[in-house]
Design a protein around this ligand. Structure first.
Ligand SMILES: Nc1ncnc2c1ncn2[C@@H]1O[C@H](COP(=O)(O)OP(=O)(O)O)[C@@H](O)[C@H]1O
Ligand SMILES: [Mg+2]
Length: 150
């Protein structure tokens, strides 16, 4: 197994952001997307705002159709206006890492396309590769905190 070692650092951090702040945050994230690993892990409890943030990021990446967490499969595919492909995973219902491997998750991860991944905790063995982490936490009913790390 190839070892992936580096010092993680917080790239950016937003505290107590509201839904109205999201468009600006997503724009900032997308503006540096070419400088960070394409595998984006979204960590944070249920209701922290992972899907909400992903929707806004997709909008800024130029996805025009609706973005929703995949429910019937592990992954949704979106196309941007520039015909780039984006993959959106929700691993919440994953039983184990093997199940992810059996749907060919490694091919998606290696594709070079941006992969937005909710509940990466369900398959920690997979993230031994360069990735960007978005750590979300609840502040109160209307506000959230976000750290972007890689
Ligand atoms: N500042 C905020 N950022 C994101 N979501 C917020 C915020 N304030 C309130 N919410 C609400 O919290 C919920 C977050 O849900 P969702 O994005 O589905 O979370 P997750 O995918 O982490 O389970 C949504 O109903 C959203 O409207
Ligand atoms: Mg979600």
């Amino acid at each position: 197994m190839k070892l992936f070692q580096r010092n993680f650092r917080i790239l950016k951090n937003w505290s107590a952001y509201t839904l109205t702040d999201l468009a600006k945050i997503a724009k900032e994230i997308v503006s540096i997307s070419s400088e960070i690993p394409t595998i984006w892990l979204f960590r944070g409890q249920m209701g922290a705002g992972k899907t909400t943030l992903i929707k806004e990021i997709c909008k800024k990446l130029g996805v025009e159709h609706s973005v929703q967490s995949p429910t019937f499969s592990l992954v949704n595919e979106y196309q941007t206006k520039n015909a780039e492909r984006i993959f959106h995973f929700d691993l919440y219902r994953l039983k184990n890492t093997q199940e992810a491997l059996s749907i060919g998750i490694e091919d998606y991860l290696d594709s070079g396309n941006i992969c937005l991944i909710e509940w990466p905790e369900q398959a920690e063995e997979l993230w031994n590769i360069p990735h960007t982490t978005f750590r979300l936490s609840l502040n109160n009913e209307q506000t959230r905190n976000l750290e972007m790390i890689w």
